[in-house]
Write a protein that binds this ligand. Structure first.
Ligand code: AHR
Length: 497
């Protein structure tokens, strides 16, 4: 099979917002406790943060992390997580039917986020709470001093305001499972009024409204339209959440889900633009895909977990090689939509449907899942400018979509490196040829592949690795490569400015 990609320096999609490569950590399972925070762990630092985890997170280079939920936030009282730790209450977390000790709260999160080099995306509770709790929270976090909440922050150890810029107005408020679930109209009104109050305290914040919690939910479309009718002028981003599973038990269907992801993004952008047109507005709403991933392995095990444990093993998917290929393809899809997708959060970061896992007592203390590798490369190299590359490749027919056998995108960064990301979804080798137009090609920088594993192989033994691609040639402005069957490939080429 042959796959051709024409990349033209002048065909720009958009500059990539680095926040596209964000992630998410929720008070859920062992994401925070035994993940980020474990004071009795041998690698714990002076704040009780696991240094082994900090080092692993740094490799992913995530510029933004969403916190504290997720479903958790919809019944969370943020005040429970501030002040002296021995006075913080243990409460029931209804979303995950666990016990929350509140030993980790806003101050700990802000400190940890700084250590891993990320900015926060702070979610407010619009489930059980609303305007009042949100306005107090932003006063606590962003107001300098001289008021009850800002002085309480100072008393709790943070003299300077946190100056949190990005805020999420609730979580998945369209979902009947959500505590405090709302209709689109109810949510739209609440988002509008909450945004209004928050911006009175800090006009410089950026706000994300909850869009649909999947492309497949039956309120999709009307949800976006109805809520934007109420809150269009108040928010900067609309969120999309999407998880994929292997419900068809079919490789072609599974790997084809990136096409659904692509359509989801286009559909939501179109809805935003329809509302914009109807309102004669000049403002564009951008997209925050603040939960995306593969999620299905842990569901049966989770049903058997006893309720009301502290940090139970929940949502601990062990990802296989096939999942890594889809995650790579979803990451490519994000880059293809860099003009609208400004924020993305791989959900989640540690232990819970995550690229990074911890062993409480085991060796190694931290291990990388299969999905770690494509996400790490997309995050580190998918920077700069996304180019609208033209692809010429055979397709196959899945149930709902026609799926190209190779999925690819190109980016070009300020260091003079052009990167091509390519997933080969076929069981055959593919002759890949790319023509780089309007580039002065200087030679190959590096080419890697992730391939050759059994589709069901998971990575507890840490044997999965990126390897060099040998069959790559650069001649003038043509790059040729042999793509291995079912592979994730990253080809980096030096180009002159
Ligand atoms: O990421 C796990 C859960 O998935 C989140 O809490 C929720 O927002 C979504 O349904």
């Amino acid at each position: 099979m042959k796959s051709k990609l024409t990349v033209d320096r002048d065909q720009v999609i958009s500059k990539i917002d680095p926040r596209m490569w964000g992630s998410f950590t929720e008070h859920l399972g062992r994401s925070i406790y035994e993940g980020i925070y474990q004071p009795d762990h041998p690698t714990a630092d002076e704040d009780g943060f696991r240094k082994d985890v900090i080092n692993a997170v740094k490799k992913l280079n995530v510029p933004l992390i969403r916190y504290p939920g997720g479903n958790f936030v919809s019944a969370y009282n943020w005040e429970d997580g501030i002040g002296p730790k021995d006075q913080r209450p243990t409460k029931l977390d209804l979303a995950w039917r666990s016990k929350e000790t509140n030993q980790f709260g806003i101050h700990e999160f802000m400190k940890w986020a700084k250590k891993v080099g990320s900015e926060p995306d702070m979610a407010v509770n619009l489930g059980t709470r609303g305007i009042d709790a949100a306005r107090n929270l932003i006063e606590y976090c962003n107001f300098p001093k001289g008021t009850y909440w800002s002085d309480l922050r100072r008393k709790n150890g943070a003299e300077k305001p946190f100056n949190i810029k990005v805020w999420s107005l609730g979580n998945e408020m369209d979902g009947p499972w959500q505590i405090g679930h709302k209709t689109a109209y109810e949510y739209g009104r609440l988002a509008h009024e909450t945004a209004k109050a928050m911006r009175l305290i800090d006009p410089d914040i950026e706000l994300i409204a909850c869009g649909s919690s999947s492309h497949q939910i039956n309120t999709f479309g009307t949800w976006e339209e109805t809520l934007l009718d109420q809150a269009y002028d108040d928010v900067d981003y609309l969120s999309l959440h999407q998880y994929y599973d292997d419900s068809d038990h079919d490789l072609g269907e599974f790997l084809g889900k990136s096409v659904d992801f692509d359509h989801f993004i286009t559909d939501v952008a179109n809805i935003c633009d329809a509302v914009k047109a109807r309102r004669h507005s000049k403002k564009q709403i951008n997209l925050s895909i603040d939960e995306w991933n593969v999620w299905y392995h842990s569901k049966a095990a989770d049903d058997k977990q006893a309720p009301w444990q502290v940090a139970p093993h929940l949502l601990e998917d062990h990802y296989n090689f096939m999942d890594a290929l889809l995650v790579g393809s979803l990451a490519i899809t994000l880059m293809k939509h860099a003009d609208r997708v400004k924020i993305g959060c791989l959900a989640q970061l540690i232990n819970v449907i995550a690229p990074i896992m911890t062993n409480t007592n085991g060796d190694p203390s931290v291990w990388y899942q299969s999905i770690f590798y494509p996400f790490m490369q997309a995050s580190n190299f998918g920077r700069g400018i996304a180019l609208a590359a033209k692809s010429d490749v055979p397709t196959y027919q899945a149930k709902d979509y026609e799926v190209p056998y190779t999925d690819s995108v190109a980016t070009y960064d300020e260091n003079g490196i052009l990167t091509m990301f390519i997933v080969n979804k076929s069981k055959e080798k593919v002759d890949f040829e790319s023509t780089l137009q309007n580039f002065d090609v200087q030679g190959l920088d590096k080419a890697t592949q992730f391939c050759g594993y059994d589709l069901m192989k998971t990575n507890e033994d840490q044997s999965m690795k990126l390897e060099s691609m040998n069959q790559v040639t650069v001649s003038d402005n043509k790059i040729s490569a042999e793509l291995q069957p079912l592979s994730w490939n990253v080809i980096r080429v030096k180009v002159k400015d």
